[in-house]
Every structure is written in C-alpha cells, then in structure tokens.
Design a protein around this ligand. Structure first.
Ligand SMILES: [Zn+2]
Ligand SMILES: [Zn+2]
Length: 257
C-alpha cells in the first residue's frame, strides 16, 4: 500500500471526476490521500472530501502564493480550524521566491503563523519551499514553544537543505519530479534520504511523473514515482511502500485509526 501524502483533489484536472480518480488510485494500491489546502475559501471543501471518505485526510493552510490575499489569517484561525477530526496537518505553507506571487515579508509572516500553529497543536507542518532555502531554514530553526515536526513537500532543494531539514527532525516527500530526466541532483539527494524519513506524493493535478507526463497528475500515479524511487534507492517497491506508509502514520499520528 502507498499513501499519496500531498494532493489537491479539488483542483481542475482531478476535481471533475473524483470518484474515478479515487477508484484508479485504490486499484493501483494507493490506500490513503492527504488533501492539501492552499486558500481559506477551500478549507471547507477539502475537509468535506476527507469527511466523506475514510482514506482521505485534510490539512488547513495558506500557500505562500496566497499570502497577500490572506493578511488576517493568523495562528488562532489555523488552530481553530485544525480541531476538526479529519484535519491532520497545517499547510501547505512556506516560502516561494521563484514565483514571488506574494510579498516576501507577507510570506514570512504567514509561514511564521503556521509554524506557531503547528507547535501549538502538535500537528505536522507541510512546507513548500522554492528558491528560499536560507529563509525557510531560519524560520524553521527559530525557537518556539512546543515541538515542531513536519515535511518538506515536493522536495527539490539542495542536499545541504535536506540535511538541515533532517537534522530538525523533518520528513522529506518526493514527487514525480524525481522521474524527470533532468532531475539529476534531486535523484542523487533522494537516494540518500534515510528510509525512515521518506514520503511520496503526487501534488496532483501537477507534476505527472514519467511515463504520464503531459497529463493531469492523479494520485494513482504515485505508484510510478514510488517504483522509480525504489529502483533509484536499490530497494524493492514493497519495502519502499511499507516504509513510506509507516512514516506517514508516524508523522501524521492523528490519521491513525
Ligand atoms: Zn507546494
Ligand atoms: Zn501542493
């Protein structure tokens, strides 16, 4: 069994046929889905999807692209929304200096509010980071009350960043990007991530892995990423599936039945 630790089931590309998407994923051995929020106005829909299916869970958060549009989303709002039984994580949040769709100071303020919420609730933080390694680490490393745990999602950062994130106790989630021909650096890093810190994800509907490139990505495709990753790491798909699934339930303890 595999778990898709990061997908957007409410986005165009998969939202049109969620029952079909889920059926194909389950047939491919995907036994769990973490539906990720990116905007305040989708929290209810993402939580409703998790409420409707026992193998879907939800997060609440504001994507760094959306930080400008959510100046009032603070820790209290995140903590309050995360009380729902199916909400098992805080995010996705973080910093994206590649697209710079929101002001960097607003991105940092939003990220800090999410970190405080994760510490306050004990729920894992889902971190999106692009071209912002130093600031991401500075915020994650800043002292605060309560334990901070989480995952660097859709990991594409440097080996040095991976090592620092691992040192903080974070997990690292690998998406279909690892299957791309030009992803040599990522492939090298992915091969070295400790087996007990690795997760897999699709980030559906984005980033379809080889050999599905060019199509909307759906959670079933996490099997392609997992198979590629297992070969890369010199392990069997069964062992990678077992460890990444166990890791998911260790990190997202609230998802345990
Ligand atoms: Zn992301
Ligand atoms: Zn995402």
């Amino acid at each position: 069994m595999l778990i898709d630790s990061h997908c957007h089931l409410n986005y165009p590309g998969v939202a049109e046929d969620v029952p079909g998407v889920l059926a194909r994923a389950r047939a491919a051995g995907v036994g769990g889905f973490l539906g990720i929020s990116t905007r305040r106005n989708e929290w209810d829909a993402v939580i409703a999807q998790a409420d409707a299916e026992p193998d879907i869970w939800a997060t609440v958060g504001i994507h760094p692209h959306e930080a400008d549009l959510h100046p009032d989303t603070d820790t209290a709002i995140l903590v309050d929304a995360s009380c729902h039984a199916r909400v098992i994580g805080i995010g996705e949040t973080g910093l994206d200096y590649y697209y710079d769709k929101s002001d960097r100071d607003r991105q940092k303020a939003s990220f800090a509010a999410h970190i405080t919420a994760a510490r306050a609730t004990g729920l894992p933080l889902i971190v999106h980071t692009r071209d912002a390694e130093a600031d991401t680490l500075a915020l994650l490393q800043a002292p605060g009350d309560g334990v901070l745990k989480g995952v660097i999602h859709c990991f594409t950062a440097s080996q040095a960043f991976a090592e620092q994130a691992l040192a903080l106790g974070f997990y690292i989630s690998i998406s279909g990007i690892v299957t791309f021909k030009n992803a040599r650096d990522l492939q090298a890093s992915a091969a070295t991530i400790p087996a007990d810190r690795l997760l897999v994800e699709t980030d559906s509907p984005f980033l379809a892995p080889v050999p599905m490139r060019g199509r909307p990505c759906e959670p079933a495709f996490v099997a392609h990423t997992a198979r590629f990753l297992a070969t890369l790491r010199g392990e069997t798909i069964e062992s990678l599936a077992a460890s990444t699934t166990a890791n998911f339930f260790t990190l997202f303890g609230k998802a345990r039945p």
